[in-house]
Design a protein around this ligand. Structure first.
Ligand SMILES: [Zn+2]
Ligand SMILES: [Zn+2]
Length: 119
């Protein structure tokens, strides 16, 4: 997301906020952007990756779909809800895509956690 009052002509790093923890984008906090300016930072992505991809956690209940904040689709698959901002949801597909993108980015220094205890 963008910080309130962001000049859209000239978006600065500190105007880009993670939808899942509302931290701003810094050099040591890589960000992956979704649709409509939605973003997830490396820290939240790591938590989501551990919880959903490795831990099999699924916050979606009773076959309900959740609207993913990143891809804006109603997703029936496993989703991660931000503990701090429950409206911020990321689906497993977006978690995997974001993890791939961050892993490929040499500047991000980001690696996916290898098991659910290393988050
Ligand atoms: Zn975050
Ligand atoms: Zn998604």
């Amino acid at each position: 997301m963008r910080r309130e009052g962001t000049n859209l002509e000239e978006v600065r790093m500190e105007d880009v906020l993670c939808d899942y923890c509302h931290s701003s984008w810094t050099l040591d906090r890589p960000m992956i952007e979704g649709h409509h300016g939605s973003c997830i930072c490396g820290t939240c992505l790591r938590t989501a990756y551990s919880a959903v991809h490795l831990g099999g956690c699924n916050d979606a209940t009773d076959g309900q779909t959740s609207k993913c904040t990143m891809c804006l689709e109603e997703r029936p698959d496993a989703c991660f809800h931000s503990p701090a901002y429950p409206d911020a949801i990321i689906c497993l597909r977006c978690i995997k895509m974001a993890a791939k993108a961050l892993t490929r980015d040499p500047d991000s220094n980001w690696k996916p956690p290898t098991d659910s205890t290393t988050a």
